[in-house]
Each structure stands twice: as structure tokens, then as C-alpha cells.
Ligand binder design. Structure first.
Ligand code: AMP
Length: 301
């Protein structure tokens, strides 16, 4: 695996590959890599000749400074994992490389309501920071395909909008959420769960699955009411939201029949750690839309 720390160096290297017609897959991460991240690398390797992974703990997407400080940093271990997964290139830039002095900080892009709802209510500024770094990384890596996890569903939806507004030729590939055996979605934050919180946390997925089972019988409103109640009953859970939304617009659904893509999304504090998860309730599997907007969106089963 090649390791690049400087923008200029990785750009130069990738330009040569691109000129030779090599297809490039890209998985941006914040490190503390686990098997969920490896899914992105493995998928990219099956679809591209070269896979780039970036590790950059982006300060502009943390609305809580102590969260940034506490974010796990395990670079040596991450490198081992990437080598094992067969990743060809690691981009490990400093903050100064990503945000050089004098660089235009504000994106010429608006996300409408996509970044105001759900996570946006509880983490002001988070998605602006996320979009800013993804925009910059795309500018640097300019991949054929971008691999992101369904785990961060709102992030992925915003990036889809970003690519569309940039009229980018990069294809977004959504990879399914990798879970522990007991159903807990893998996350870099899970290491912060104490024993009691770790034991309770899989209930999130369990309750989401029960919500899926209710779709034959109940309206989204009723599922939401029942699910909120269940989540609130779990000792140690502090629920921020549970909603059933349209997977394209993130707007709450009144009827599942209103859309071809319905997703249940939730955020729960478990023993002082904020966990997010989601489950697709309804989806038309493959959608390659609008040559006009350049938008392309695929679910990887
Ligand atoms: P992060 O390092 O947490 O910013 O995540 C980097 C990428 O990995 C994002 O696209 C995430 O959605 C994805 N990811 C994180 N956890 C998982 C998981 N459990 N399964 C699949 N993808 C994941």
C-alpha cells in the first residue's frame, strides 16, 4: 500500500493512473477502522483497479469540541487493516493540507432541508463540515466511484445531492451496514460503550427490525408511536429521534405507498454514547437516474 500525506503528491500519482485509464474507487473515513469500513474497501476492490482510502478526522464536522478530542485515533492499527484488506493507496493528510490558509471555506452548494432535519437538528453545522471535506476530498481524488455506508444514511443522502449539484461524474455506491453478531451496527464509537451500554445497544437494531415487521399492519405514524415507546422503555436509552422518512427527501412519510424508498432512522444515547442506526423499510433495489443531472445511486445488496 502506498501512503500519501500531501495533496500534490497523491494528485500527481492519481493523474498518471487516470491517464492510463485506470478506474479509481474511493472510501473516505475518519479512521479507527473496523470491519464496517473494510466492507467499503472490499466492494471498491471488486469494481475498480485501484482503491484509495482516506483517513482524516475532520475538525469542521464536530459541533462538540470534546467529541473531536475523544474521537479514537488508531493509525498504526488502521494501516494494518487496510493492508490486510488489499487497499492500494492511503491518503493521510494533515488539517493544513486539507484546509490551506486562504482557501475558500464556504461551499457554493445548498442542501435545502436535507441537512436541517434529523441529525441536522441535533448536530448544527455537522453536515456543512462533512460536505466541505467530502467536496475537498473529491476534488483531490476525483474517483470513478465513491463508497459510503448506509449506516450514515443522511450523510449519504447529502453527498448524493452534493455530487448532483457538482455535476460530478463520480458514482455513489451505498454499502450495507455491517453489524456485530448481536445486530449492533459497527461504529468507531462503540469502543466507548461500557459493559451495560454495550449489552443494551443491540436493542436498537432489534426494535428497528420490529418496526419493519409492523409495516404490513400500521401507518408510519403509528409505527413511530409504538417504536418510540419501546425505545424509551429500555433502561439507559435516551432517544433523540425515531422517524420514518422518504429515503430521497428525508421528509416524514404519512403513507408508505407515497414513496418507492422508505427508511426508518433513529439516534439514541446509550450510556453517554450517541448511536445512530437505520433500516430500509421499502426500496426499489436499483436506480440509475437522470443522465441529465449526472446523479447515480446504487444499493449494494
Ligand atoms: P467514519 O469513519 O465513521 O466517518 O465512516 C466512514 C465510512 O464508513 C462512512 O461512509 C460510513 O457510513 C461507513 N461506515 C461506518 N460504519 C459502517 C458500518 N458499520 N457498515 C458499513 N459502513 C460503515
Amino acid at each position: 500500500m502506498l501512503l500519501f500525506k500531501r495533496v500534490q503528491d497523491i494528485q500527481q500519482y492519481l493523474n498518471v493512473l487516470r491517464q492510463k485509464g485506470v478506474e479509481i474507487g474511493f472510501a473516505p473515513t475518519m479512521g479507527a477502522l473496523h470491519s464496517g469500513h473494510t466492507v467499503l474497501i472490499t466492494r471498491s476492490k471488486t469494481e475498480n483497479q485501484v482503491t484509495v482510502c482516506s483517513i482524516f478526522v475532520n475538525p469542521t464536522q464536530f459541533n462538540d469540541p470534546s467529541d473531536l478530542e475523544k474521537y479514537p485515533r488508531t493509525v498504526e492499527h488502521d494501516i494494518e487493516r487496510l493492508v490486510e484488506a488489499g487497499c492500494e493507496i492511503l491518503f493521510l493528510p494533515s488539517v493544513a493540507e486539507i484546509y490551506p490558509k486562504g482557501m475558500q471555506q464556504n461551499l457554493p452548494i445548498q442542501f435545502g432541508r436535507l441537512d436541517k432535519v434529523l441529525e441536522g437538528v441535533f448536530r448544527p453545522g455537522h453536515f456543512n463540515g462533512m460536505a466541505q471535506v467530502v467536496y475537498r476530498l473529491l476534488e483531490i481524488v476525483n474517483p470513478n466511484r465513491l463508497y459510503m455506508g448506509q449506516k450514515d444514511f443522511q450523510q449519504l443522502t447529502i453527498v448524493r445531492s452534493l455530487l448532483s449539484q457538482m455535476r460530478s461524474g463520480t458514482e455513489l455506491v451505498m454499502c450495507e451496514t455491517k453489524r456485530e453478531k448481536d445486530g449492533l451496527a459497527m461504529s468507531s464509537r462503540n469502543v466507548r460503550l461500557d459493559a451495560a451500554a454495550r449489552a443494551a445497544a443491540p436493542k436498537i437494531h432489534q426494535i428497528l427490525t420490529e418496526a419493519l415487521d409492523m409495516t404490513e399492519e400500521y401507518s408510519p405514524n403509528e409505527i413511530q408511536r409504538r417504536t418510540m415507546q419501546k425505545l424509551k422503555e429500555i433502561k439507559g436509552f435516551d432517544v433523540e429521534y425515531f422517524e420514518i422518512v422518504d429515503g430521497h427527501t428525508l421528509m416524514p412519510l404519512r403513507l408508505l405507498g407515497e414513496t418507492d424508498f422508505a427508511v426508518a432512522v433513529t439516534a439514541v444515547w446509550v450510556g453517554g454514547v450517541r448511536l445512530i442506526d437505520n433500516l430500509i423499510l421499502k426500496q426499489i433495489m436499483e436506480q440509475d437516474v437522470s443522465a441529465e443531472t449526472g446523479e447515480s445511486y446504487r444499493q449494494i445488496p
